[in-house]
Ligand binder design. Structure first.
Ligand code: GLN
Length: 588
């Protein structure tokens, strides 16, 4: 049967046909091509980094790209996942809580994504079960193939329609051989068959082990991983080999010969200084051109825009690599040993370091053992401090002690979500004299619940799916530090993920004490940004939002940028009396 015929077998498998190639309305066969990235040997190799870097190379040449991550787990979203096990929960503008890889795509492609770009088995199965109850399968028994795989294909094609993309980049979570992602592999095999020649490129990301006792690279595990993919009916056209050192020609030849992949398409993706170097590494190996040829996309390129985009990117990478001056920022947090739980914060600091010409060194502070007595010593090396998002009681008194120390000693401070709430509690207790002030999340019986559960959240039971989530407009107070950071912008947009907020009854008392609420929700009395006047403190800034999700390499997030600039000032003037930029400007 021809591809045309298969594609025209619309709708659902019936008695007339065994094909099941459901097309969302508006799908243009042939318009969108697909690059599908699998992981073999083990997870955590950086499929997202590889896929987003390759997507960036194509985007720079004028193609429209749309990434999607397919997750094998049954959760509907990542909202209830423990960041200690799974990495941070990344929040999209539309409120979807996703895997941290979506952050990698947003940063690399400088593009806001939505729920269309993220699918879990939980979502796929619920859609299938919903259709089954509606009788949509026309009397057929509902099966993994073709119905569940069909639903995966619908999801991919829906993304193609919604974004009108030239190339959809599909990242399949987990590792080839996992039971839970095997039906994704089957679905993309079917997709390639239905879409026909020059429509799909399969990439296997694999790992070349180099056991220290042998002192050489061994390719067997990688070969077996690729074999497993081929046994599922997928012939990769590109193999990317991860490893600590550049992959030797001998190993690349073995990989080529065991998997029918030309040696030029066996790419060495060895460890490098910065993930932002990978697009250039891919270009160097000619992989972007290979993909363009395999997908017959050459006539859609706009080569004239490539050079300037590449230049801007390479300037950024150069700044990341060459800066010598260092500032030290402390981050307090529950998951202090796992960098993945704070991935977006770390990236935001890197972007701002590059913009300000410094390296940001991070010092992790476990606040469970911070007290008023040892806080000065724990914070002695810091040029700035961040209290990030968090939940629950653990370590909160230590965070409050850090904030008090930063406020009283004019150490630059940035509070993110929980760090905003902690700053309000600290100020209420120590400046406004509200003894015992707290959040009801921490102490239900506090005499001063300055932070309390959002009225609209009180009715909802359970922890999953009852937060104020996603992008919201924020009205910025003119003349404030926030307004200056956002270039005078009066209405900005930030991303939120919280259940508690400042109790409006306390706003007046807090403001009388000297706290400035410089960002508010347009229609509700929800406080979203706070600051201290620059005459009191050089940089004391906090937000109920998570600005870390919005920082991009070439567009560093303003609140982080402000922190890094203030930290640089602080470090250069160590030992001298602290004067804010504003005060200095006024004196000059
Ligand atoms: N636990 C706080 C709340 O629910 C803060 C949440 C966060 O930091 N993301 O409001």
């Amino acid at each position: 049967m021809s591809t045309e015929k298969i594609l025209s077998a619309l709708g659902y498998a019936s008695d007339e046909t065994e094909f099941y190639a459901p097309m969302p309305a508006g799908y243009k066969p042939g318009k969108t091509k697909y690059v599908i990235v699998f992981g073999t040997v083990m997870s955590g190799l950086g499929k997202g980094i590889f896929a987003s870097s390759l997507a960036k190379c194509l985007q720079d040449q004028g193609l429209t790209v749309a990434p999607i991550k397919l997750e094998g787990y049954l959760n509907i979203d990542s909202g209830t996942l423990n960041p200690f096990r799974h990495g941070e929960v990344f929040v999209l503008d539309d409120g979807m809580e996703t895997d941290m890889d979506l952050g990698t795509y947003e940063r690399m492609l400088d593009q806001d994504l939505s729920r269309l770009h993220f699918a879990t088995s939980g979502q796929i199965f619920s859609r299938v079960l919903e259709k089954e109850r509606k009788g949509s399968y026309l009397g057929r028994d509902v099966q993994m193939i073709p119905h569940v795989t069909g639903e995966v294909k619908i999801k991919l094609r829906e993304l193609a329609v919604a974004t009108d993309a030239d190339v959809v980049f599909v990242e399949i979570g987990g590792t080839v051989g996992d039971v839970e992602n095997s039906y994704f592999i089957e679905a993309v095999r079917e997709l390639a068959f239905e879409e026909g020649p020059n429509s799909c490129v399969f990439v296997a990301l694999t790992y070349i082990i180099a056991p220290p006792m042998l002192g050489e690279q061994k390719s067997k595990a990688a070969q077996l991983g690729i074999n497993r993919l081929m046994a599922a009916g997928v012939q990769p056209q590109i193999i990317a080999c991860r490893g600590k050192d550049p992959i030797t020609t001998k190993v690349r030849e073995k990989m080529a010969m065991y998997s029918n992949v030309p040696i030029d398409n066996v790419f060495s993706m060895h460890d490098c200084e910065s993930i932002y170097l990978i697009p250039e590494m891919l270009r160097g190996a000619g992989l972007d051109q290979t993909v363009i040829d395999l997908l017959a996309l050459r006539d859609r390129l706009q080569p004239e825009i490539d050079a300037s985009r590449r230049q801007a990117w390479n300037d950024f990478v150069q700044r990341v690599r060459s800066t010598k001056e260092q500032v030290t920022i402390g981050i307090t947090g529950k998951y202090t040993s796992v960098r993945d739980s704070y991935a977006s914060i770390i990236h935001a600091l890197d972007h701002c370091g590059a913009a300000s010409g410094c390296q940001v060194h991070i010092e992790w502070i476990d606040t469970t053992d911070v007290t008023a007595d040892n806080v000065a010593e724990k914070m002695a090396r810091l040029d700035g401090v961040i209290v990030p998002g968090g939940f629950g009681v653990r370590g909160t008194e230590g965070k409050i002690a850090c904030i008090q120390h930063a406020r009283e000693n004019r150490i630059p401070y940035l509070g993110l979500c929980y760090g905003f709430q902690m700053a309000v509690i600290e100020f209420a207790r120590n400046v406004c004299g509200l003894t015992g002030a707290n959040s009801t999340e921490i102490d239900r019986d506090t005499p001063h619940p300055v932070v309390d559960i959002l009225p609209e959240q009180k009715q909802i039971e359970g922890l999953g799916g009852n937060m104020r989530l996603g992008g919201r407009d924020v009205q910025v107070r003119p003349q404030s530090m926030a307004a200056r950071l956002f270039n005078g912008g009066q209405e900005i947009r930030l991303r939120f993920r919280h259940r508690y907020e400042v109790d409006p009854q306390y706003i007046e008392r807090l403001e009388t004490g000297g706290l400035v609420f410089s960002g508010k929700a347009p229609d509700y009395p929800i406080m979203q940004i706070l600051e201290l006047p620059e005459t009191v403190h050089p940089y004391f800034m906090a937000t109920q939002a998570h600005p870390e999700f919005q920082s991009r390499p070439l567009r560093p997030q303003p609140m982080f940028a402000g922190l890094v600039r203030a930290a640089l000032d602080y470090s250069r003037n160590r030992g001298k009396p602290v004067v804010s930029r504003r005060e200095r400007a006024e004196k000059a």
